[in-house]
Design a protein around this ligand. Sequence first.
Ligand code: JA5
Length: 246
Amino acid sequence: MIFDILTIFPEIFRSPLAESLLKKALDRELIQVRVWNLRDFTEDKHRTTDDYPYGGGAGMVMKAEPIFRALEEIKSKDPEARAILLTPQGERFHQGLAKELSEQKHWILVCGRYEGLDERVRLGVVDREISIGDYILNGGEIPALVFLEVISRYVPGFLGSEQSVEEESFSDGLLEYPQYTRPPVFRGMEVPEVLLSGNHAEIKRWRRRESLKRTYGRRPDLLERADLSKEDLEYLAELKSRQGTR
Ligand code: JA5
């Protein structure tokens, strides 16, 4: 998997790529990341990447030319590469979309700054627009890192030998169950007895029920798309009937 990142702040990407699983994946060449400084695609003395908005108004707009030149250079070497613009106006990113987009081998991530970029970038050279959530950020760099990390987890070998993204929280559409480690009593708070019992069938059932309880309590919207068994539905019915009685 190849990621080309276009930004005016390449340094933002150093430490996230130099630690933990992303570093390992880079070392093992499971992923390749190239961070491009958009200033290197300018031609004027001051290496200008932004300018005043036509029509007036506050702030600056990113110029089309440097982004076009960068994208054309990358796409000319790999015509299969696709460009994503990280923008609050994009399609909302979620695990299902990530899985779908992980089938593409080469992504170019365009990071905006300032008040946004010249509309002709969007119209001319961007293939998709993605939002990681409804909040205001200073630019697209952190969303690009989120995209890169979420997508990289689908690369075979990224998570280690046998583990798969599907085994992890969220893939069955539910929130995770509570986890505990030693000691068995911490500041008066006990580890649930079932987890110390050694009864693996009971532990599995307890965890499933805790996941269902948590999802029902915190993110009932997730239950609509979750993969639920007859037993799950019976337990949820029980939770609903108990509402307010406990
Ligand atoms: C801000 C110039 O989905 C959250 C996002 C916020 C934000 C994104 S994506 N891009 C920018 C940006 O600001 O380019």
